[in-house]
Each structure stands twice: as structure tokens, then as C-alpha cells.
Design a protein around this ligand. Structure first.
Ligand code: AQP
Length: 349
């Protein structure tokens, strides 16, 4: 079976964007791939070094994985810092990647803001660590939201450069995984990972501004629906969601140029597991005052069971820690093998 890797940062409450753009897809891929799902705590310290409760956040993301339906027995669930290969391979990739590649990343520009000189070096090197996460397991597919597309292209660039720079050694190591047919044929060690960005809602937008993505770090809690929100909070947030004054259009095409309306219809469709066209067939021509309560009821119906299960799991942190430790042991077996190969290919004694 081909291998899937993806990660989520323990940097705050998970929201519907994380769920619909990533975690729901993680669950669906379990039947067709060997899956490795990671709570990426090393990434969490790139933008902000000190966290009040990093352990609690790590357990909470793990609880969300399990509550959503990820099976840690059949697949691997662990936290990144428990497997040292991530940091080790990231260092090597820091020497493969070029500074110019990192400087072009839009996430770095957004997160560093105007004061770039003061951003952590880790924030600049974030995509290098992400490439290490994926390639440590030689994963072939990575399910992510649309915001991660550029980082995945960089992962491919890093894999390609490593494969080319060390092609002779890779060929003689007997560990080549594939031969790339392009301008030239080379023996590759790392696969060129495919992003899996399709899915019902690869880019969920903020409830306060339809042009910004729904984000954990948005200062306004009204901008997102957290998986931990109760029914009243969800109702309130959807009631207050920004919209334009017009009714919903009678055709899907009518959503163009109406980002807030488009976002709410996309959310409804993703939650109901239907198409936007059928949402419009049902609600087209109706006012937001009618559509919003229906959307809120649906969101509550979908979020509440997961919320309950997360709370139940969080009552037993010992169990969550045991799941992570077991997952890390399984991950380490694959990671150690890759690191031994990589060290040999580079020529470390
Ligand atoms: N709005 C979104 N729509 C669809 N998918 C999304 N993802 C994040 N936001 C959206 C996807 O969720 C996965 C885990 O995200 P992460 O925590 O690793 O990364 P992030 O992009 O930093 O998440 P946030 O919530 O947006 O946090 P901040 O505010 O720190 O930027 C990823 O697959 C991501 O694509």
C-alpha cells in the first residue's frame, strides 16, 4: 500500500477548517493507504516559543484525531518531538534547500509580518521540517488544506534536489525507490509526494471576512467554529457571520464575487456531504435569516458527537499518552531505517 503522512499543529482549538480541510480526509484515506498522522509539536514552537499548555494541546489534537475516527491500531498516531529523525532530517534538508526558496513562502511572509528580521529562524525553515516529516516515511501522498500547497511543492523540490545531488550514491546504495523519467533518468531515494487537496472544503474562510481563511490564530473567536464549541456558541457565531444583504442566488454561478455567501454554502455542502448545487437547489432565493439557522443546526449535529467524544477522551490523559507512545515506537522503526540510509548516502561515518 502507498503511504500517507499529514500533521496538525497543537497551537489552539481545532476549527471546522481543520476538520473539513484535513482531518475528515485523514479518516477517509484509512482504507486505501497506510496512514501516519502526527501532532507536529516541533512546528508549534516556530511562531511562538512559549506555550501555556503544549502538553494539553497535544493531547487535545490527539483526542480530535481519535474522536473523528482515526484508528491508532491500524495506523500510526504520534507526536513529532518523540521521533528524533524529524529534527535530524530537517537539518539535512536545511542544507539541501536554498534560502531563496524559503524567502518566497507566503506563509512565512504572512506569519513573520513586517518585522521579518525578528522572526525565528525556525519559522523561516518551517517548510524544511515539513519536508522532513513527510520524507522521513517516504510518504507518497499528503492530505492537506489548500493553504499548504506551496509547502508541498517545496517538499518536492527538496526531494528532487537530494535525488539529483546524490544520484550516484543512491544508485549504488541499492535503496532507490523509483526512476524519474524527465529531462534525465535518475535513481531516486525520496518519492515526489503528491498533495491530496481535493475534498469538500479545502479552503474554509473566516466567518468575519470571506477573503481570509478560517484560522486558529485569528484574534476574533467569532471568525471560526471550534470543534469544542457548544450548541449555543455555534448558533451565535453563525447568526453573527458576515453576509451581504442579498438573498441566496438561484444558481451556483451566482455565488461568484460573494465570498461570504459562497463560504456558508460550501460549509453546508461539506457538512451535509452533498454538492453546492444541491444546497442551492434547496435554499436558492431564500434569505440568510432562513439559511443560517439551518446551517447552525447542521453544524451542531455534526460537531456535537465529536465534541462529546473528545471530552471523554480528555478525561483520561494516560490513555492518550499511551496511544502516542505506541505510535511513536511504530514510527521510529520506519524513521530509523530512512535515517540510516540517508546517513549512508551522504557519507557520514
Ligand atoms: N481554513 C482552512 N480550510 C481548510 N483547511 C485548513 N487547514 C487549516 N486551516 C484551514 C488545514 O488544517 C491542517 C492542519 O493545520 P495546521 O494547524 O497544521 O496549520 P495551520 O494552517 O497553521 O492552521 P490554522 O488553523 O490556520 O492556524 P494558524 O492560524 O496558526 O495559521 C492543514 O492540513 C491545513 O491545511
Amino acid at each position: 500500500k502507498e503511504r500517507v503522512f499529514s500533521g496538525v499543529q497543537p497551537t489552539g482549538n481545532l476549527h471546522l477548517g481543520n476538520y473539513l480541510g484535513a482531518i475528515k480526509r485523514f479518516v477517509a484515506l484509512q482504507d486505501s493507504y497506510d496512514c501516519i498522522y502526527c501532532v507536529v509539536d516541533l512546528h508549534a514552537i516556530t511562531a511562538q516559543l512559549v506555550h501555556e499548555d503544549l502538553k494539553g494541546q497535544t493531547r487535545s489534537i490527539t483526542a480530535a484525531f481519535l474522536a473523528a475516527g482515526i484508528d491508532p491500531e491500524r495506523h500510526i498516531v504520534f507526536n513529532q518531538s518523540a521521533v528524533s529523525g524529524h529534527a535530524e532530517l530537517a537539518w539535512i534538508f536545511n542544507c539541501v534547500a536554498r534560502i531563496g526558496w524559503m524567502n518566497r513562502m507566503t506563509q512565512f511572509k504572512d506569519k513573520a509580518g513586517k518585522d521579518r528580521e525578528n522572526a525565528s529562524l525556525g519559522l523561516l525553515a518551517y517548510p524544511s521540517l515539513m519536508a522532513a516529516d513527510i520524507l522521513l516515511y517516504r510518504a507518497t501522498h499528503v492530505p492537506v488544506g489548500d493553504d499548504q500547497k506551496q509547502h508541498l511543492e517545496l517538499t518536492r523540490d527538496i526531494a528532487m534536489k537530494f535525488n539529483i545531488d546524490f544520484s550516484g550514491k543512491i544508485a549504488s546504495s541499492g535503496r532507490a525507490v523509483e526512476t524519474i523519467v524527465g529531462e534525465e533518468r535518475i535513481d531516486a531515494y525520496f518519492p515526489l509526494t503528491e498533495p491530496l487537496i481535493e475534498g469538500p472544503a479545502p479552503r474554509v474562510m473566516s466567518l468575519r471576512d470571506g477573503t481570509k481563511k478560517m484560522s486558529k490564530s485569528d484574534p476574533s473567536d467569532l471568525s471560526r467554529i471550534n470543534l469544542t464549541d457548544d450548541a449555543d456558541t455555534i448558533l451565535k457565531k453563525i447568526r453573527k457571520a458576515k453576509t451581504d444583504p442579498d438573498a441566496l442566488p438561484s444558481e451556483v454561478e451566482g455565488l461568484a464575487g460573494r465570498p461570504e455567501a459562497e463560504n456558508l454554502v460550501t460549509l453546508y455542502a461539506a457538512l451535509a456531504e452533498t454538492s453546492r448545487a444541491s444546497v442551492i437547489a434547496e435554499f436558492g432565493g431564500r434569505q440568510f435569516s432562513e439559511f443560517k439557522p439551518a446551517l447552525a443546526d447542521l453544524a451542531v449535529e455534526k460537531v456535537a458527537p465529536m465534541n462529546g467524544e473528545m471530552r471523554r477522551l480528555m478525561d483520561d490523559p494516560g490513555h492518550i499518552d499511551a496511544v502516542l507512545a505506541k505510535g511513536a515506537a511504530k514510527a521510529r522503526v520506519i524513521a530509523d531505517e530512512t535515517m540510516a540510509d540517508v546517513k549512508d548516502i551522504i557519507g557520514f561515518l
